[in-house]
Structures are given as C-alpha cells and as structure tokens.
Design a protein around this ligand. Structure first.
Ligand code: FAD
Length: 453
C-alpha cells in the first residue's frame, strides 16, 4: 500500500497543529494556505500558549507580548495581568516556520475549488505562478471562518466586528475591553505604537450606518471615556477600517472517512471570551488521533468520527453558554437587542451542573488511546457527558463503580449485587500517596458524600 497523501487546507493554529502532529506520526503532509489579507491583533490567554507548546508550535508562542488588560463590564472596572497580544501576521508567519522546521511542505496558494469523492479529493489552487491541480487521499479542512459551510450548519446571532488600526507612538503593550449600548469594544496597543480598536455589534443593528459612513461611526464610538483614556490622545485620524464576521458557527458534519474539519472551520466561537485560538487548538490537538485511526484502522471509523463529532458539538455548546453567561453579567443595556439576543442564546441550560455523585454513570465511549481512538469504560456526569476515562493513567470507572456498589450495599433500599467490584478503598490504597490524593480530590469534586480512606 502506498502512503496516503494528506493535504491540510489553511495554516492557522488549527491547520498547523494538525499538520505538525501528522508529520510526527510519519505521514507525508502538504499544507496549502494563503496569507491573511488583513491586519489583526488578538489577545491570548496563558492556556493558549500552553496549547501551542503542547502542539510543538514554539515559535508561535515567542511572538506573544504580555500585557495588562483592563475590563469595564457591568459598570465594574478591573485590571489584571492576564493577556498576551499577538500581531496575527507575525503569529501566522511563526506558525509556518514551526511547520517548516517539522519538515511539513507548505504551498502558498489560494484554494479555488475542491471536488471530493469517497476515494479522493481533486483541488484547484492558485499559486503565484498560476493555477495548479493537486490530489489528496485525505483532506483536513482548516480554512477557519472562510471554509465553506453546508446547509446543516448552526449559527448564533449574526455578528460583525469593525476594526480600526492606526499608528501611534511606541509604548508599553496594553489591552482593554468595554461594554457599550450596542455591543462591546476590545482595544490594544502594541509596543511599536500600533493602535487597534475592534467593536463587535449585531449585523441588524440600527446603529450600523452605510459602508461609506462606517469609519466616521467608528471614530465616534472610539470617543468613549475608556477608549479615550486608553489611546490617550492618539486620535486615529488616518485609521484603516476592516470588517470581520464574528457570528458563532457550528458546521453540521465534521468529518467522514477521508476528510475532517478542525478549528474555526468546524466551530467558531463568539470572539467575546477571547478563546478562539484555544478552541481551535482543542479540536486540532485531538484530530491527529482521529485521522490516524481513519487511515490505519478503518474498522474503527465510526468510533473515531463519533468521537470527533461529539467533541466539536460539546465544545461549541460549552463556549456558547460561557459567552451567554458573560453577556448576562452586563445588565445596564438589557433593553438593547444586541444584549437581549446574546444573553439568552443558545439556551437556558446551566454552563455547569452542581456535582452529584448519584448522577454519575459508567458508559462505553470513544477515547484517545495513545495515537489512536479506542473504546473504554468512562465516568459520565451531567457536566462531563462525554465521560472521563482516567486521571494521570488511573482508570476512574472501576473506582467509581466500586464506590457506587458500596453505597448501594449501605442503603437499606438497594439490593447489593453478588459480583461486587473490588473495594474502591483497596484500589486507592494501592496507589502512591500523590495519585491517591488526586483521585480523592476528583471524587470530592464529583460530589462523593463520604470520607475516603
Ligand atoms: C473579530 C475577531 C476577533 C478575534 N479575537 C480573538 C482573540 O482576541 N483571541 C483569540 O484567541 N481568538 C480570537 N479570534 C478567533 C481566532 O481568530 C480564531 O479562532 C483562530 O484564528 C482560528 O484558527 P484556525 O486555524 O481555525 O483558522 P484561521 O486562523 O482563520 O486560519 C485559517 C487559514 O486558512 C487560510 N485560508 C482561508 N481561506 C483560504 C483559501 N481559500 N485558500 C488558502 N488558504 C485559505 C487563511 O489565510 C488562514 O491562514 C477572533 C476572531 C474574530 C472574528
């Protein structure tokens, strides 16, 4: 059998993470990507940097600039040293460097068309030297929000971000965020003096003027007390204007036997939480095991695709509800359609459930087992519906099952089964002290009501 040719479309964080991991697994990978067509500054959390390191994308972490972030939300102002700023041109270039270092071939080109069958993918791409056709056995769709969406996609409230960039005087890096009557604004200053202001609002907002009046609208919005103080006299008279769609989207089908969607192409969150790169990495870090399974263990294809689909959908709902709760914290503009829509979408289910040991169950579920997707007994809870398999290598299902059995035996209303699993306490005693403590803490966090030896 010849080695399959894998083509990854898009060299953002998701495409880069998947391509690098597949190359490490020994696959021949080609990444086809064009360059970002607009300037963007984004804020990363420490968790994103950890995720990038986990993905082996070290150069990308180096261009992150630490800074203090001020947030004015719900009438309260807070400043924390919690953000890392990246100029996306520099960040994306560093991702490509990481890929080259890992031996991944990168083709700088725009993808014009993709014709797929269950056996192959025929691509037409536009390079600097003209059009080229390319063939792939396996395709990874990582073109972010520009990846074509099918009819089965789910969309949140239609949202748009207007961006202004201008040059100011060099100084310390900083960022800030504020809620406004018809949306919210995020702003940043880079050490080289570049100023960045981004306002996110509803596409249907009555405040949104015609295209030729947009810059004047932004200039007016930038006069809020927080933005004026933040840019301290940098008026942005010659600011460039750019618009980005920032509607939360979830693709319908996230994969098949010879293709997979990852990152924003699979699900894109509202930029509110500044978690976009984190969630794009979350799906990308798990995707290599799914792809490796689809290629090398086709008999497990259904299991691998179920794993990927469930995780994408779970991630989407998790970020959507987290965003809803954050919008709901802002009560001052409750009457405005922007805040009304977003503080109730996607539903009213709680983001986190109160822990209740009685609600735990054991289920058979797909898990990442080494480089592949396998199946194992996992502990399922309302908060973790996809299940938890192990904690630092210690399987949790046998311990929870034993505790459930012991609880049932203690209860006069329950019939204890004869084939009782081994004692949970014995199992805990057999572990080293640190691991046993970690498992006990986990059980307490799940609402286990009794003292544990
Ligand atoms: C307004 C806004 C603000 C945001 N702010 C933040 C923030 O502060 N922090 C944060 O963590 N996230 C933020 N995000 C989200 C973040 O940008 C994305 O979640 C993240 O970049 C997704 O990574 P990705 O690899 O999936 O896609 P992308 O990073 O979008 O990468 C896709 C790649 O595909 C390439 N591509 C696209 N179409 C084609 C084509 N036809 N041919 C060839 N190549 C193509 C692109 O050039 C790009 O290189 C923001 C998003 C928006 C909309």
């Amino acid at each position: 059998m010849t080695a399959p040719r894998i083509v990854v479309l898009g060299a953002g964080p998701a495409g880069a993470a998947v391509a690098r991991a597949l190359a490490t697994l020994g696959y021949a990978v080609t990444v086809v990507s064009d360059k970002r067509r607009f300037d963007a500054v984004e804020g990363l959390s420490l968790r994103v940097l950890e995720g990038l390191r986990r993905a082996g994308l070290f150069r990308a972490t180096v261009c992150a600039e630490p800074c203090a972030r001020t947030t004015l939300w719900g009438g309260t102002t807070q400043t924390v040293n919690a953000e890392f700023l990246v100029d996306r041109h520099a960040f994306d270039a560093a991702l490509r460097e990481d890929l080259r270092e890992a031996g991944v071939e990168i083709v700088e080109a725009t993808v014009r068309s993709v014709q797929s069958t269950p056996c192959t993918h025929d691509l037409m791409i536009e390079t600097a030297d003209g059009p080229l056709s390319l063939n792939a056995d396996f395709l990874v769709e990582a073109r972010g929000r520009l990846a074509p969406l099918m009819r089965d996609a789910t969309r949140g409230p239609q949202t748009l971000s207007l961006i202004n960039i201008w040059q100011g005087a060099p100084g310390a890096a900083a960022s800030a965020m504020e809620s406004l009557q018809d949306g919210w604004a995020w702003m940043a200053r880079l050490p080289d003096g570049r100023c960045y202001w981004q306002m996110t609002l509803d596409v249907a907002s009555e405040e949104l003027p015609q295209r030729d009046a947009l810059l004047a609208f932004c200039t007016r919005m930038r006069r809020s007390p927080l933005a004026s103080a933040f840019f301290s006299g940098e008026t942005g008279e010659h600011a460039l204007l750019h618009a980005r769609s920032s509607t939360a989207t979830l693709c319908g089908r996230a994969g098949a036997r010879n293709w997979l969607r990852v990152g924003d192409a699979a699900m894109a969150a509202d930029p509110l939480a500044g978690n976009g790169i984190l969630q794009s990495l979350a799906s990308a870090l798990e995707a290599p095991a799914v792809i490796h399974t689809l290629i090398s263990r086709p008999e497990r294809a259904e299991l691998a695709l179920r794993f990927h689909q469930q995780r994408i959908e779970h991630l989407f709902m998790h970020f959507a509800r987290t965003g809803r709760d954050f919008y709901a914290l802002e009560q001052r503009f409750g009457g405005s359609p922007f805040w009304q829509a977003r503080s109730h979408w996607p539903d009213d289910a709680p983001t986190h459930q109160v822990p209740d040991f009685g609600q735990l169950a054991i289920a058979r579920a797909p898990v990442i087992d080494g480089d592949l997707i396998g199946e194992a007994d996992v502990v399922v809870s309302p908060d973790q519906p996809l299940g938890v398999w192990h904690l630092q290598g210690v399987p949790l299902a046998p311990i929870v099952q034993a505790l459930m059995h012991e609880n049932a035996r203690e209860s006069p209303h329950e019939n204890a089964q004869d084939n009782a699993p081994a004692s949970a306490h014995e199992a805990l005693k057999s572990l080293d002290a640190d691991t046993a403590r970690m498992i006990r803490q986990w059980l307490v966090a799940q609402g286990y009501p009794h003292a544990l030896v």
